[in-house]
Design a protein around this ligand. Structure first.
Ligand code: SF4
Ligand code: FES
Length: 225
């Protein structure tokens, strides 16, 4: 089956059958930020970091869950798309702790790449850490509710321990019926840790080995507000 020919930022791109705009654009070397999408996992379209402008459409589209059609004209790094991508990153950053639990936090890396500085918005109250599990540390103050861990637990490992509770600003990741991770039915497979883009879920070892100090977290951004 032949691919779909369309254009991204004026460049001819051919999408393979079933490929999304994001996947085809990435293959062509176009950098579109994405957080809730992870290769090998079902796209969920919840973070909106990957929005692009499609000619003839009124609203921006999430490129991670939109497949191109023949002749489509997409602006992925144009002014309008980039402004929205930066705003999404800034809003997510505004809720982050003052540093990052991981130096390679995908959120911080994308924010740095797109030139997003210190957020202008106030931070939400930080949830307390959950250090009840012997192998994993949970710091939901760094959670962006991307649900990658939920999909990793439920759809990749079929364990169904991690869920999503609450609504609006109260939405949060939970283990079983909001149990501490250490007393939940978690089997410590580590799939959620592998999938987490920010370090909200981390192996315990870096903390215990002193490689990462919770009070001296790393950050490539100016967090001095
Ligand atoms: S804990 Fe990590 S993977 Fe899970 S929703 Fe939060 S940021 Fe995403
Ligand atoms: S990566 Fe597309 S909506 Fe999150």
């Amino acid at each position: 089956m032949s691919g779909v020919r369309f254009r991204v930022d004026g460049m001819d791109v051919e999408a393979r059958p079933g490929e999304t705009i994001l996947q085809a654009a990435e293959r062509a070397g176009v950098r579109i930020p994405h957080l809730c999408y992870m290769e090998g996992m079902r796209a969920d379209g919840n973070c909106r970091a990957c929005v692009v402008e499609i000619q003839g459409e009124r609203v921006l589209a999430p490129s991670c869950c939109r497949v191109p059609v023949e002749g489509m004209e997409v602006s992925a790094t144009g002014e309008r798309a980039r402004a929205s991508q930066r705003m999404v990153l800034e809003l997510l950053l505004s809720d982050m702790p003052e540093g990052s639990y991981r130096a390679d936090s995908e959120l911080l890396l994308w924010a740095t790449e797109l030139g997003v500085g210190a957020p202008r918005f106030s931070r939400r109250p930080a949830p307390a850490p959950d250090l009840s599990h012997p192998a994993m540390a949970v710091h939901l103050d760094a959670c962006i509710q991307c649900t990658r861990c939920v999909r990793a637990c439920r759809e990749v490992q079929v364990n169904d321990v991690i869920g999503y509770a609450g609504r609006g600003a109260g939405a949060r990741i939970v283990f079983d019926l909001e149990d501490p991770m250490g007393t939940s039915t978690c089997v410590a497979c580590g799939e959620c840790v592998q999938s987490c883009p920010t370090g909200a879920l981390l192996p315990r070892s870096p903390w215990e080995a002193g490689v990462v100090d919770e009070l001296d977290m790393l950050s490539p951004l100016d967090r001095s507000w």
